[in-house]
Every structure is written in structure tokens, then in C-alpha cells.
Design a protein around this ligand. Structure first.
Ligand SMILES: Cc1cc2nc3c(=O)[nH]c(=O)nc-3n(C[C@H](O)[C@H](O)[C@H](O)COP(=O)(O)OP(=O)(O)OC[C@H]3O[C@@H](n4cnc5c(N)ncnc54)[C@H](O)[C@@H]3O)c2cc1C
Length: 425
């Protein structure tokens, strides 16, 4: 008689879109069996509390990294069809355009002139001079025609969609929970390891001095959010999906978090489904483009008469501890609101319903902007992090790849060689 298989305890650290989508794919994998596997997601604050609840929600087959983007676009589509994503998380196809707008001087733009907006690109696009053509698509009727200097279609609905990131992440968590995952609110303090060769030594917290190749993961220690009691949870595999906080638990990964502000505006009527990369400049509409320093905004029409707008990034305020509030600059939010309202009457007539800030998990690994997805040198530690400006789009392919790695022992849905965490030295 063969010995009973050892129970596999999988602990996912982080209840953002990457952690929750990974838990979904783990619990929906054909090999998943609740009698031999446990899946526990541990989240320090609330599910989708960070960037995953505050992002724009653009989903693109043309996103980076290209390894994940195409598969992820298809998986988003599949999930939306299977679970009525249109209703549950605002899934729909959108057109994506890039435009240059010039704010007429008469429109009280002194506020725009006096601001010094954050100016680090989030990375989805780079403002570039477009061929001058003031023609907006006929259905993009919520943008002032007189302000638009140039417009170019960036991508159409065959390769571009959107989701409401908070609703999508919460839905993934709920579906994972319904299929056997456990969600725990608590802050992970450390990942504990012991010698990989089984030689006796009691488990100890992972430190930056450990020789990773000689160790294996055995448990995680967390502090319960409500009771403040400390617990240690056995783990055969840990998936570290802590976004910008990843280095606090695994210092080998260097993340250079980028703060970005966003606002939401409720409109008086529904507007057409466009996501716009806009470059807004001050001046007279007859002036040549390039006269003033532009403000770059991503402007996303959403279902339910809402428009979401985010600006560029800054590194003015360091990342707070996981679970702690992110400092929101009212100046940065006002800059976004003033710029957006100066080029759209629909927005001027709308009501600002949200002002927020969050951090992009931007990797500090030279030119490569690919996330880290896969096994580390430390047995039992899998990374799913560093998704920068494309985590919403790339979450399903990431989750599926990680589920295959853990439950099949290899990733077959996509080539993840270039995402291998062992590439960082
Ligand atoms: C303004 C803005 C707009 C964006 N727009 C888009 C977009 O349109 N499309 C797109 O694809 N991407 C977009 N992004 C990027 C996207 O939001 C991120 O790539 C994605 O949310 C990262 O998800 P994550 O799960 O890795 O990290 P996070 O969302 O940061 O989640 C990490 C979670 O881990 C938890 N955690 C951390 N440490 C611990 C610990 N020790 N114990 C327990 N829990 C812990 C945190 O509390 C947090 O909830 C945007 C980002 C920003 C800032």
C-alpha cells in the first residue's frame, strides 16, 4: 500500500488582484482537491485595498509583458463570459485613443499654470507628438472638440477591454472562497524556513543573509488583524503576491514603488466606452502644440456614468507599512480634476466622487519591466509580483501560470522563462 500523500498547504501572501486571482486559479485547477490541498490568502488590510482596488482597469492584449498579455486578455474574456463579468465587475470592450488637447486660455486655467504635477510616466504609454488632426471619432462626444488638437486610435475593441479592478478582485476572492480557499485578515511578519536537507534545526524567519539554495519554506507567521494574536501557519508553498511590499518579506527583490493619484467623476449621462491617453497643454487652440509643459492623464469612461482619471507618478512619499493609509495629496488630485475638467464639458458638469492614491509595484531590475513570476532559489517560495502598470490586465495569466507551477510542477499555459525570479541577482 502506498503511503498517503502529504497535505499541500499553499499560503498566498497579499489579497490584491494577483493574490486573489492566483487563489481562484489554484482552487479551479483540475488537480485541486480540498482533501489534499489547502489554499489560504493572508491580507494585511482589506482585499483590493491597494493598487488593485484603485487602478484604472484597462485590459489589453498589447500590454507588456507580451508573454502574459495575450493569454490574460483571453482569460479576462473567458471569466467575464463564465461569471457575467459585465454585471459583476463592469467588463466590456473599449476603444483606446491617444490625444493631445490644448486648453483655451480663457477657461480660467491659472490653476493649471501654477501646479507642478507629478511627472513620472506610469509606463502604459509615452506622450508623443501626434500628427495634427482635430477630428475626434463621432461617438467621442464627451470631449470638447475645440480643445482636441490631435487624435489617434491606439487600439480597438478586438484587443482592448476594461474591468472595475475592485469588483474584479473581490469577485475572484469570493469565487476562490466558494471553491475552498480560506481568506485571513492579518499581516504576515515573516516566512519561516528550515534546512532543505532535513537536518535538524528549528524553523527560523527568512533573512537576507540566508543561503536560499540550502533552505526550504515551512510556515508563515502572521498577526491577526482583529485579535492582534500571532499565529504560525504551516506552508509547503508560499506565493508572495504582496505587490510593492514584497521586499519587506523577501529582501532580494528590489521594488521602487511609484505613487499615483486618481479621481472619479460621476456624470449626468452615460458616455461612450473610450480609454484615453491624453496629453493636455495650456494655450490658445491656434497655438502649435508644445508651447507649455503638458499634463498627462489616463481618462477611462466606465459603465454607470463614471469616469476614472489618473495622473502621472511621484516618489515624494515613501511606501507606508502594509495595511497603513497612503498619504493622498489634495494638490495632485486637484491638478487632475482641473486639467480634465478644462477639456470636457461633461466632466465640468460632473461630481467628483473619489480622490485616492496608491503605489505601483515597479521593479528595480534595470531595463526589464517584466514581472517576477515563478519559483525562487528558496524551495517552496514562488513569486508573483512586480506587475508595475499592467497588474490588472496580466493577473489572470499570472494566476493560471502559478497554479500550474504549484499543482502540475510546470507551467504549460504560457512561456514564463523571461519572468523567472532567479534572473535577479
Ligand atoms: C493609478 C494606477 C492606475 C493603474 N491602472 C492600471 C490599468 O488600467 N491596468 C492595469 O493592468 N494595471 C493598472 N495599474 C497597475 C495595477 O494596479 C497593479 O499592477 C496591480 O494592482 C498590482 O497588484 P498586486 O496584487 O501585485 O499588488 P497590490 O494591489 O499592491 O496588493 C498587494 C496586497 O498585499 C498586501 N500585503 C502586503 N504586505 C503584506 C503582508 N506582510 N501581509 C499580508 N498582506 C500584505 C497589501 O495590503 C495589498 O493588499 C494601475 C496602477 C495605478 C497605481
Amino acid at each position: 500500500m502506498s503511503a498517503p500523500k502529504e497535505k499541500q498547504n499553499i499560503v498566498v501572501i497579499g489579497g490584491g488582484i494577483i493574490g486573489c486571482t492566483t487563489a481562484y486559479y489554484l482552487t479551479h485547477h483540475p488537480q485541486f482537491d480540498s482533501s489534499s490541498h489547502t489554499v489560504t490568502v493572508i491580507e494585511a488590510a482589506n482585499l483590493a485595498n491597494a493598487a488593485s482596488g484603485k487602478a484604472g482597469g484597462l485590459v489589453a492584449a498589447w500590454a507588456t509583458s507580451s508573454n502574459l498579455a495575450k493569454l490574460s486578455f483571453d482569460l479576462h474574456d473567458q471569466l467575464a463570459r463564465e461569471y457575467n463579468g459585465a454585471e459583476l465587475w463592469g467588463y466590456r470592450r473599449v476603444r483606446c485613443g491617444q490625444l493631445t488637447a490644448v486648453v483655451p486660455q480663457r477657461r480660467g486655467t491659472s490653476k493649471l499654470e501654477s501646479s507642478s504635477p507629478p511627472n513620472i510616466e506610469l509606463g502604459k504609454w509615452w506622450a508623443r507628438d501626434l500628427k495634427k488632426s482635430s477630428v475626434l471619432p463621432h461617438d467621442l462626444d464627451w470631449f470638447d472638440n475645440e480643445s482636441a488638437q490631435a487624435y489617434e486610435e491606439f487600439a480597438d475593441t478586438s484587443s482592448t477591454a476594461q474591468v472595475h479592478p475592485f469588483q474584479f478582485t473581490s469577485s475572484m476572492a469570493k469565487l476562490a472562497e466558494q471553491s475552498g480557499a480560506r481568506i485571513v485578515m492579518g499581516k504576515v511578519e515573516c516566512i519561516n524556513c528550515c534546512n532543505a536537507d532535513g537536518s535538524s534545526e528549528s524553523p527560523s524567519p527568512l533573512t537576507s543573509f540566508d543561503n536560499l539554495t540550502q533552505k526550504k519554506v515551512v510556515s508563515v507567521t502572521y498577526v491577526d488583524k482583529v485579535t492582534l494574536e500571532q499565529h504560525t501557519l504551516p506552508a509547503t508553498t508560499v506565493v508572495l503576491a504582496a505587490g510593492p511590499w514584497t521586499p519587506t518579506l523577501f529582501p532580494k527583490v528590489r521594488i521602487h514603488p511609484l505613487r499615483a493619484h486618481s479621481v472619479s467623476i460621476k456624470l449626468q449621462r452615460p458616455v461612450s466606452a473610450y480609454c484615453l491617453f491624453s496629453d493636455i497643454r495650456l494655450g490658445d487652440s491656434r497655438q502649435t502644440v508644445g508651447a507649455a509643459k503638458p499634463i498627462s492623464l489616463e481618462i477611462y469612461a466606465r459603465p454607470n456614468n463614471e469616469v476614472y482619471i489618473c495622473g502621472q507618478g511621484d516618489r515624494d512619499i515613501p511606501l507606508p507599512a502594509p495595511g497603513n493609509a497612503v498619504e493622498v495629496s489634495s494638490d495632485s488630485c486637484n491638478d487632475i480634476i482641473n486639467a480634465a475638467m478644462s477639456v470636457s464639458e461633461e466632466l465640468r458638469n460632473g461630481k467628483v466622487t473619489g480622490r485616492r492614491a496608491c503605489y505601483l509595484p515597479t521593479l528595480d531590475v534595470g531595463a526589464s519591466s517584466d514581472p517576477l513570476v515563478g519559483q525562487t532559489e528558496l524551495a517552496g517560495l514562488v513569486l508573483a509580483t512586480g506587475h508595475s502598470c499592467w497588474g490588472i490586465s496580466n493577473a489572470p495569466a499570472t494566476g493560471k501560470a502559478v497554479s500550474e507551477l504549484i499543482l502540475d510542477g510546470r507551467v504549460s499555459c504560457v512561456d514564463v522563462a523571461s519572468l523567472d525570479p532567479r534572473r535577479i541577482r
